[in-house]
Each structure stands twice: as structure tokens, then as C-alpha cells.
Ligand binder design. Structure first.
Ligand SMILES: [Zn+2]
Ligand SMILES: [Zn+2]
Length: 147
């Protein structure tokens, strides 16, 4: 940031003769000028602005102001790749679960269909047994009480 200067007395930031400050309104002042600027910003006229000292390590709230945009973009690309890979892992996992669910659902319908057939057979058999018992009872009553 060799081109940056105090926004009031135009002292170069790289001069390192002074501590520099960044105001909330986005202006840069040297140690000498910050006192006045916090009362009323020399550039935008805002009153009572607060400031953060520009010293390493920079506060995360403002460090991006002093990072090369290309480096910021690099971080954006990394974040994009990371989040995309995480998302794709989750989607893959969801796909596996979805396939399992589909095959379980199919297995369930086959079982339900088989159960229905078994139940129909059982009902028919029950009716047949009832008929045979009726026949038996009839023949037993005719043999035990002959006319
Ligand atoms: Zn200054
Ligand atoms: Zn300002």
C-alpha cells in the first residue's frame, strides 16, 4: 500500500514515521491527524467516527481492505471449491441413501403383494375347511341320529 497517504496531511503510510488509522467512514489518518478526524472527518465531514489502528496483525474486520484483490479472489475460489466439494460429498451420500430407499420401497411392495396372495390363499383354505367341517357335521349328525 505504498501509494496510501494520510487523508489530511498526505504523509505516506510507508514512511513509518507515524502510526496510521482507518476510520469507520473509510478514511486513513496519521497519528497526528486522527485526533481531529475523529471529531470531524477531514474528508467526509462525519462527526464522532471511530477508528482502528493500522498495525499488524490487522483486525479481521479491515484486513481485506489491505489485501490485494487478486489474493481475495484466490480465497473466494478456494472457498467455492471447498464448499462445492463438501456439497457434492453430501449429495453423493444422499444419492446412496435415496437408492437404498428406492430398493427397500420396491422390496416392500413385492412383499406386500406376496402377503396379499398368501392371505387370499389362506381365506380360500379357511372357507374350504369350514365347508369340510360342515359336511362332516352333517354326516355325523345323520349317522348318530338315524331316522
Ligand atoms: Zn496526517
Ligand atoms: Zn471520513
Amino acid at each position: 500500500m505504498e501509494w496510501m497517504r494520510c487523508n489530511s496531511c498526505w504523509l505516506k503510510v510507508e514512511a513509518k514515521q507515524s502510526q496510521f488509522h482507518l476510520t469507520q467512514c473509510g478514511h486513513v489518518y496519521c497519528d497526528k491527524c486522527i485526533i481531529k478526524a475523529e471529531e470531524r472527518c477531514h474528508q467526509c465531514g462525519v462527526a464522532g467516527t471511530i477508528s482502528l489502528p493500522l498495525k499488524e496483525p490487522l483486525s479481521p474486520q479491515i484486513s481485506h481492505y489491505f489485501t490485494r484483490p487478486a489474493d481475495l479472489l484466490e480465497k473466494v475460489v478456494q472457498a467455492e471449491q471447498f464448499q462445492e466439494s463438501q456439497l457434492s460429498l453430501c449429495l453423493k451420500r444422499a444419492d446412496i441413501n435415496d437408492n437404498k430407499y428406492q430398493s427397500l420401497k420396491e422390496a416392500y411392495w413385492v412383499s406386500a403383494e406376496n402377503l396379499k396372495k398368501v392371505y387370499q390363499k389362506y381365506s380360500k383354505l379357511k372357507m374350504t375347511v369350514a365347508m369340510i367341517q360342515k359336511e362332516n357335521n352333517k354326516s355325523m349328525s345323520t349317522t348318530s341320529h338315524p331316522m
